[in-house]
Design a protein around this ligand. Structure first.
Ligand code: GLN
Length: 506
């Protein structure tokens, strides 16, 4: 990425810094937006995070923020700050593809609640970003529109399924991103792109207008380069939504205050015995071990905690998530949304549905629909889906028991750093293993986050520390993450901002 100077002072700033500079009149939302659009122009041909850039929509939103400031109206904490939106949140003024051909030409009739909240807060949506088709994957290679590249090493994956959101933030194309986490799709790409990403408590952020993959697991959440920025976005996007029947009617946990507190003294931290060890990349384990020692040196009380059923989380997830997806994706039938194939006036409705689904869905989506249909079929339901639900309960009980002994749990976020594009594309099992550590919190519905904890000594790529907290104790995640971030910043520079010079700096 030599020879471009698109990374200006504005694109290098944090969201908090940009919002403050806009509010103080030191820059304008339009200027900030233009700087990020220029950055996208300069580097996205290589990173390929964006499926759709919306300069007009973005500049109109920025102008509205500048007008509000000029009129002396109060601005929210992220007003004028650009954001990359995962392409499964509906938007009336941009396409929504879910990384799939099957939605070709479809335009959503309403904004997702998250989209609407961002707009109301004056956040500038730059466009829609790439993802594994219908959020099924861990590498963004399952997108119908080609893979996104990891800004740390363009030959590697950015993780997935929120790989576009994570790569855009890591490449300084946007200070903020939004993803969804069903089995790890925020935390895993955050970890391998060296940024912060949170899966809020299930029901803490609205699913209304989020194209469904597995409804009992899908959780929208924030991504950013710093813990405070992530907390600010968490607060802006979250809260009760009467349009989502599983939305929690409770106040948003005080995540911003916790990020500012950045204090772990006296906090009881449990290292999950089952996550780590054999099969994990040595460089990941090395950085994880240092992060645990760091927490101890900052005054946390560290113990080892066993969660015996976590070993069954992956198989249970790969029955529950496909089962739900086989039902949710039945609606893409060539009649109601986007693509329609074979409708020549003589074909039956069944033939058109079959041809449309055959042409419109990619291989992984088809695999999941078949797995799920099988797991739910009469005669197998109890043995597969029913059993998986029982395992899910046992995992939730493991968390309950652990959280009687400790305030938070920690583990590596992923077993390895970013892997090369193509390496696992033909091996679904190897791909599924990327989510080994993240899936338990999805099944139990509790809050979890990934924060950078340095670069692996064996390959120089980012490593994530996963922090897990009880349901509605999301604020604890930020206390821990902010303390780790501050200590690492002081010791060896910010893992992303300093160690990687980023695209276009040389
Ligand atoms: N990689 C996991 C899967 O493919 C998780 C995806 C997600 O969280 N959306 O199902």
């Amino acid at each position: 990425m030599a020879g471009d100077s698109s990374r200006t002072d504005l694109t290098g700033m944090t969201a908090a810094g940009l919002a403050a500079a806009i509010a103080a009149g030191e820059t304008s939302a339009v200027e900030v937006t233009r700087a990020h659009l220029d950055r996208i122009d300069a580097v996205d041909a290589q990173v390929r995070a964006f499926l759709h850039v919306a300069p007009e929509v973005a500049l109109a939103a920025a102008r509205a923020v500048d007008a509000r400031r000029a009129a002396g109206e109060p601005l929210g904490p992220l007003a004028g700050v650009p954001l990359a939106l995962k392409d499964l949140f509906t938007t009336t003024d941009m396409p929504t593809t879910c990384g799939s051909r099957i939605l070709d030409g479809w335009r959503a009739p309403y904004d997702a609640t998250v989209t609407a909240r961002l707009r109301r807060a004056g956040v500038v949506i730059l466009g829609k970003v790439n993802m594994d088709e219908f959020a099924m994957g861990s590498s963004t290679e399952n997108s119908a529109f080609g893979p996104t590249h990891n800004p740390w090493d363009l030959s590697r994956v950015p993780g997935g399924s929120s790989g576009g959101s994570s790569a855009a933030v890591a490449a300084f194309e946007a200070p903020l991103g939004i993803g969804t986490d069903t089995g790890g799709s925020i935390r895993q790409p955050a970890a391998v792109c060296g940024i912060v990403g949170t899966k809020p408590t299930y029901g803490g952020s609205s699913r209304y207008g989020v194209v469904a993959f597995a409804s009992s697991l899908d959780t929208p959440g924030p991504l950013a380069r710093t813990v405070l920025d992530t907390a600010l976005l968490h607060e802006v996007m979250s809260g009760h939504d009467p349009c989502d029947s599983t939305s929690i009617d409770a106040p948003v946990p005080p995540v911003v205050a916790a990020a500012r507190q950045a204090d772990v003294s006296g906090l009881r931290v449990g290292v999950v015995a089952e996550l780590g060890g054999e099969g994990y990349q040595p460089g990941v384990l090395a950085r994880f071990g240092e992060a645990v020692e760091l927490l101890e040196s900052l005054g946390a009380k560290v113990t080892e905690v066993s969660c015996p059923h976590f070993s069954y989380a992956l198989p249970a997830y790969y029955l529950i998530a496909p089962s739900e997806c086989s039902s949710n994706l039945a609606r893409f039938d060539g009649m109601r949304y986007g693509l329609r194939v074979g409708d020549d006036g003589t074909a039956s409705a069944e033939e058109v549905m079959s041809l449309t689904r055959a042409a419109g869905f990619g291989a992984e989506v088809k695999r999941r629909i078949m797995l799920g249909t099988y797991a739910l079929s009469s005669g197998y339901y109890d043995a597969y889906y029913g059993k998986a639900q029982q395992v899910r309960t046992l995992i939730a009980r493991d968390f309950d028991a652990a959280f009687e002994q400790v305030d938070v749990l920690v583990s590596p976020t992923t077993p390895t750093t970013a892997f090369p594009i193509g390496e696992r594309a033909d091996d679904p099992m190897a791909m599924y293993l990327a989510d080994l550590c993240t899936i338990p919190s999805d099944l139990a519905g509790n809050a979890a986050l990934s924060v950078p904890c340095g670069l692996a000594p064996d390959d120089g790529l980012p490593v994530g520390l996963q922090v897990m907290a009880p349901v509605l104790a999301d604020d604890r995640l930020y206390r821990v993450a902010a303390a780790v971030e501050a200590a690492l910043d002081a010791r060896r520079g910010h893992p992303l901002l300093d160690e990687a010079k980023g695209l276009g700096d040389d």
